[in-house]
Design a protein around this ligand. Structure first.
Ligand SMILES: [Zn+2]
Length: 105
């Protein structure tokens, strides 16, 4: 399968977004400037990781150009199903959505 944006073949991935909030305290008391809030309030320590937030939504991405790929951008594909254990199912436009077999003749 080829990327519709950069033409790279077989370089797809499933991605998810993780958001990290970090904080670093500041000293607002006992400053060398005399505590009148003129001048810099110094940092009290290093950055601390506070919240890690994983967005549950997974999406198809090209690892070469790093663009998110919508199913409609892929040739002959109408839907992309992402299963977190099994992998990715590409549903073709020509495949019937209905599992019923039309066997009347
Ligand atoms: Zn690409």
């Amino acid at each position: 399968m080829k990327c519709p944006k950069c033409e790279r073949e077989d370089f797809f991935s499933i991605s998810r977004t993780r958001r990290i909030v970090e904080s670093r305290g500041i000293a607002t008391k006992n400053k060398s400037t005399g505590g009148n809030n003129s001048g810099y309030n110094n940092y009290k320590g290093n950055w601390k990781q506070e919240i890690t937030n994983l967005d549950k939504k997974m999406f198809l991405r090209c690892n070469a150009c790093e663009n998110q790929i919508e199913p409609s951008e892929l040739e002959d594909i109408s839907e992309v199903k992402i299963d977190k254990n099994k992998g990715v199912l590409f549903i073709s436009e020509t495949t019937s959505e209905s599992p019923e077999i039309n066997d009347k003749d």
